[in-house]
Design a protein around this ligand. Structure first.
Ligand code: AMP
Ligand code: MG
Length: 518
C-alpha cells in the first residue's frame, strides 16, 4: 500500500503533553496521542472501493492482511502517530463540558489528487476522552454508520464517508434500551474518512476554558486548510469563516429535509465545522412524512431533534458556535447579521428545495401555500415520503392521481373520504400550477427523479442487514451498499426495496426506535 501520508493536523496544532491513556481533562491541546486497542480477531466485512480509490488504495490491496490490520487498529501504519481529539459540546441544549473522541482514533492524513483526507477508526478502543465508557462500538451501530454515510454521499448530501466495516472479534456489553438488561454483542470497527472531523465542540471547549490563544490557533488552522479561499486569518475573515459555516450547515440540513433524513442527535459535538453529516447514531429515515418524528428514544419526550425542527436546531447550534468564536471577533453585530441571514436563507432555500421536489421551476405567488397544503395533506394519514415524491413525477393530470400515490398510503382502504377529497383538491391545484411550467412532462419527470430518491436506507433495511450479519451473512450489507450507490436510478431488479416499511418493523427496536447505545 503506497499511500501519501501528510501531517498537517498534528504538526500544526498543540498536542496534549500527557502521553498516557488515563481519562482526564485535557487543556491547552487540540488532541492527545492514543493508540488503537488490538482487536481479538479482526475481520473485514466490507470495503467501499470508491473510497479506497480516493485514497489511492487498489482493490487488490483492500483484501490484504496489511489493510485489515491497519483499518482495524491491529497495527499502526509506519511512521504515524494515532490521536484523539478534544472537544466539548452542548447536548440536548445544555453545556456538557469536555467530551472528545471517546472511541474515535485518527490514524493519519492521506493526500491524493489534491484532496486531503483524515482517516479515523470508530470503536477502536478507549482514549483519554472515553469518560465512563469502553471506547468500543457494536456491529449494529457500525453497519448503520457504514451504510448510511456512503448512501448519503451517493444521494448528494454533504457527509463524512466510510472506507471499511470490520468485526473486532471482541464482545461488547450494551444495554440497548437502558432498562437494566445488558447483553454481549459483537464488536465492530468502521474506518471513516473526511476532509476534517472538527466539530463545533472543538471550538466551544476552548472558549469555555477561556483559552483564546488555542481557540485562535484552531480557527487559523481551519481557515488555512479548509477555508483558504477566505484568505489570511483576520478579524474580517473570522466573520467570513462563520458566514461560510452557517451557509454550509444550512445547505446540509436542507438536503436532509429533501431526502427525509433525521439525524437524531444534533448536539454541537455532532456538528461538523465543514457542514458534513457526521456521527451516524440513532438517526432514521422518514417513512411516513411527519415533521414531529424523531428516531431517538432518548429524545422521545421533548423531540428536540425531530424532523421538522432540524433547521431550527442548526441555527441554535450556530448560536453556540458564534459564542465560541466571539472572543477572537469581539463584535456581536456581524455574527447576529449572519444568524439572521440563516433564517431568511432557510425560508428561501427550503422553498426552492420543495419546489424542485414538485418539479416547479417558475415562480408563482401561491407556491408557498401549495407546498404548505401538500405538507398538511401528507400528515393527514400515514403517507410514505419517499414513495410519494418518487411517484409524483409520473403525474400528468388529476385523473388517476390518487392511484398514483396509492402505494404511498400505509392503509389506502382506510383513508377517509374527506382525506381523499383534500388530496383531489390538492392535485387539482397542482395540475393548474404545472400549466405555468415551460418544460415537458418528460423533462419535469427527469428533473424530479434527480432530487426525489427512489431508494433510501430505510431503518428496517439496515436492521435486516444487521440481523443477517450477526449470523455471519454479509451479503445483504453488500446488496444494500450497491443499491444505494444509485439511489435516483430505477433498478428493476431492486423494486422490492421501493416499498413501505413492513408492519413487523413498525415498533421494532432498531427499526423505528433507536437508542444512543452503540
Ligand atoms: P455521541 O452521542 O455518540 O455523539 O457521543 C457523545 C460522546 O460520548 C462522544 O464524546 C463520544 O466519543 C462518547 N462516547 C459514545 N460512546 C462511547 C463509547 N462506547 N466509549 C467511549 N466514549 C463514547
Ligand atoms: Mg458524537
Amino acid at each position: 500500500m503506497n499511500i501519501n501520508i501528510v501531517n498537517t493536523f498534528t504538526s500544526e496544532l498543540p498536542a496534549d503533553s500527557n502521553l498516557g491513556n488515563s481519562r482526564r481533562q485535557v487543556t491547552e491541546a487540540v488532541f492527545s496521542y492514543a493508540n488503537p486497542k488490538k482487536p481479538k480477531a479482526p475481520k473485514v466485512m466490507h470495503v467501499s472501493q470508491e473510497m479506497a480509490f480516493e485514497l489511492n488504495i487498489s482493490e487488490e490491496e483492500t483484501t490484504s492482511e496489511f489493510f485489515k490490520n491497519i483499518f482495524t487498529g491491529n497495527e499502526v501504519y509506519p511512521k504515524t502517530k494515532p490521536f484523539s481529539m478534544c472537544y466539548g459540546g452542548h447536548q440536548f441544549g445544555n453545556w456538557a463540558g469536555q467530551l472528545g473522541d471517546g472511541r474515535a482514533i485518527n490514524l493519519f492524513e492521506v493526500e491524493h489528487q489534491n484532496k486531503n483526507w483524515k482517516v479515523q477508526l470508530k470503536g477502536a478502543g478507549d482514549t483519554p476522552y472515553s469518560r465512563t465508557a469502553d471506547g468500543l462500538a457494536v456491529l449494529r451501530s457500525s453497519i448503520r454508520e457504514y451504510l448510511c454515510s456512503e448512501a448519503m454521499y451517493h444521494l448528494g448530501v454533504p457527509t463524512t464517508r466510510a472506507l471499511s466495516l470490520s468485526l473486532s472479534g471482541d464482545d461488547v456489553l450494551r444495554d440497548i434500551l437502558y432498562d437494566g438488561n445488558p447483553a454481549y454483542e459483537k464488536g465492530a470497527i468502521v474506518s471513516r474518512i473526511s476532509p476534517s472531523f472538527l466539530r463545533f465542540g472543538n471550538y466551544e471547549i476552548f472558549t469555555a476554558r477561556k483559552d483564546v490563544e488555542n481557540l485562535k490557533s484552531l480557527v487559523d488552522y481551519t481557515i488555512k486548510h479548509h477555508f483558504s479561499h477566505l484568505g489570511e486569518p483576520s478579524k474580517k475573515n473570522y466573520i467570513n469563516f462563520f458566514a461560510a459555516i452557517s451557509e454550509r450547515t444550512l445547505e446540509m440540513i436542507i438536503h436532509w429535509q429533501r431526502v427525509g433524513f433525521v439525524h437524531g442527535v444534533m448536539n454541537t459535538d455532532n456538528m461538523s465545522i465543514l457542514g458534513l453529516t457526521i456521527d451516524f447514531g440513532p438517526y432514521g429515515w422518514l417513512e411516513g412524512f411527519d415533521f414531529g418524528w424523531t428516531p431517538n428514544t432518548t429524545d422521545r419526550v421533548h423531540k428536540r431533534y425531530r424532523y421538522g425542527n432540524q433547521p431550527n436546531i442548526g441555527l441554535w447550534n450556530l448560536y453556540q458556535l458564534a459564542n465560541a468564536i466571539y472572543p477572537i471577533i469581539q463584535e456581536v453585530e456581524p455574527l447576529e447579521t449572519i444568524l439572521e441571514k440563516y433564517k431568511n436563507d432557510f425560508e428561501e432555500k427550503s422553498l426552492q428545495m420543495m419546489k424542485s421536489k414538485l418539479g416547479l421551476f417558475t415562480s408563482d405567488k401561491n407556491d408557498v401555500e401549495l407546498i404548505q397544503n401538500l405538507e398538511d395533506n401528507l400528515q393527514l394519514v400515514e403517507t410514505d415520503m419517499t414513495i410519494f415524491f418518487r411517484n409524483l413525477s409520473r403525474f400528468t393530470n388529476k385523473k388517476g392521481s390518487l392511484q398514483l400515490i396509492e402505494k404511498a398510503f400505509y392503509d389506502f382502504n382506510a383513508v377517509a373520504k374527506e382525506v381523499k377529497n383534500k388530496w383531489a383538491f390538492w392535485f387539482l391545484n397542482y395540475e393548474i400550477r404545472l400549466q405555468q411550467e415551460e418544460i415537458s412532462s418528460e423533462e419535469r419527470k427527469q428533473k424530479m427523479d434527480a432530487v426525489n430518491p427512489k431508494y433510501v436506507l430505510r431503518n428496517y433495511m439496515s436492521q435486516l442487514a444487521i440481523d443477517a450479519a450477526d449470523e455471519g451473512d454479509y451479503s445483504l450489507i453488500d446488496e444494500l451498499f450497491n443499491l444505494l450507490k444509485k439511489p435516483y436510478t430505477e433498478q428493476s431488479e431492486n423494486e422490492k426495496w421501493f416499498a413501505k416499511r413492513p408492519e413487523w418493523a413498525r415498533d421494532k427496536v432498531g427499526c423505528s426506535m433507536l437508542s444512543c447505545s452503540s
